[in-house]
Design a protein around this ligand. Structure first.
Ligand SMILES: C=CC1=C(C)c2cc3[nH]c(cc4nc(cc5[nH]c(cc1n2)c(C)c5CCC(=O)O)C(CCC(=O)O)=C4C)c(C)c3C=C
Ligand code: FE2
Ligand code: FE2
Length: 340
């Protein structure tokens, strides 16, 4: 029997500082996220970051937390429930970090008699710190606890027309009547990650990301962010001059992909952009990084820098048209089991 596992990043169990600390420890000690040798990673994470960040992050989580828990998990559960109504195989969720874990999700499917799983990492673009670590973790769990289970992984879907149509339609509906610019703010990654996962070693984080058919694109997060932006604005008929791409949520002293969202928000008001619409297409579900970092902090930065109207465009969340896309992508992979 077949089943579907939807995988998202995960959130702390609660907003207690100790729970946030436990979550950040698991997250940041992942060598696909902070890719230093173990000893240096431990010195940085356990010796420095975990001394101060958990208290700060816990305060931020408190501002977005709902009665049902973390927005990211609540929304992923909503996606699961809606998808379950549309497909005739069991659907479960698993988080890369904290609970409910990928292992618990697979166990639930196995308990229902599933032996062939389509695992869907809910990230449109490939990154070592997202898609790759999900697949690595799921394979580790499968080998250790479920050696007889087969898993088929859904690949990043940034360039799938059904996804682009869905995202463009969603943005179109939510765009305000008057806006001077539409900003696409993607979660950033350290530049080093892009070089590291480029099998062709040709991407120099420059024009190569916009070149057609460059073989490095398959593993280039930067290219994939630009590609989503270009495809969406083409569908919306927006001129390039009205669009910006920036990268948010940087951590630590490494050089992350530029331009940075916060610096851009602080400066564009003075350059004449008074009415801003902003969207975050690296996330399919709203979460701390959109609801707090962009909608609250980002708005303050924009207004502080001379902006006047800030309009945040929510993620796809559990919109019906997005659930249809999830269904189509899952069904394609479910059908592949018949081919092997
Ligand atoms: C959407 C893709 C994501 C990429 C790429 C990514 C890379 C990445 N993130 C960190 C550090 C942090 N991210 C945090 C939160 C967070 N990150 C993503 C997604 C991506 N991260 C999401 C969906 C969330 C929100 C989780 C939630 O519970 O809502 C955090 C924790 C919050 C905080 O303390 O600010 C950290 C830390 C790194 C280092 C990284 C790539 C190297
Ligand atoms: Fe992150
Ligand atoms: Fe690139």
């Amino acid at each position: 029997m077949k089943g579907i596992l939807l995988v998202n990043l995960g959130s702390p169990r609660s907003t207690a500082v100790s729970d946030v600390k436990e979550y950040l420890d698991e997250f940041l000690m992942d060598e696909k996220v902070i890719d230093y040798r173990w000893i240096f990673r431990a010195l940085l994470v356990r010796g420095i970051i975990l001394n101060t960040r958990p208290a700060k992050s816990a305060e931020a989580y408190k501002t977005v937390w709902t009665e049902q828990g973390s927005p990211l998990i609540v929304i992923t559960e909503k996606i699961q429930k809606k998808l379950q109504k549309l497909v005739d195989v069991p659907v479960e969720i698993g988080m890369r970090y904290a609970q409910p874990s990928i292992e618990a999700g697979i166990q639930k499917l196995v308990d229902k008699g599933v032996s062939e799983i389509v695992l869907f990492p809910l990230y449109p673009q490939y990154a070592m710190s997202t898609t790759e670590t999900v697949i690595e973790k799921a394979e580790e769990v499968r080998k250790k606890s479920f050696p007889n289970v087969k898993i088929n992984y859904i690949q990043p879907f940034y360039n799938r027309e059904i996804y682009i149509d869905c995202l463009a339609e969603s943005i179109k509906e939510k765009l305000p009547e008057n806006f001077d610019a539409l900003q696409f703010s993607y979660h950033g990654v350290p530049e080093r990650h892009i070089y590291k996962t480029d099998p062709t070693k040709t991407c120099n984080l420059n024009d190569c990301c916009s070149r057609e058919n460059n073989p490095s694109h398959q593993f280039c997060y930067r290219h994939q962010c630009f590609d989503v932006t270009n495809s969406v604005i083409k569908k919306l008929g927006l001129p390039k001059e009205k669009v910006m791409v920036t990268f948010q949520s940087r951590l630590g002293k490494d050089k992350w992909m530029e331009p940075y969202t916060d610096e851009t928000l602080e400066s564009i008001g003075k350059k004449g952009i008074k009415n801003l619409a902003i969207v975050c297409p690296a996330f399919v579900s709203d979460c701390l990084e959109t609801l707090e970092e962009i909608s609250v902090e980002g708005k303050e930065q924009f207004l502080h820098g001379g902006g006047e109207n800030f309009h945040y465009i929510p993620c796809l969340n559990d919109e019906d048209r997005w659930i249809e896309v999830v269904k189509t992508l899952c069904e394609e992979k479910l059908n592949e089991f018949y081919l092997v």
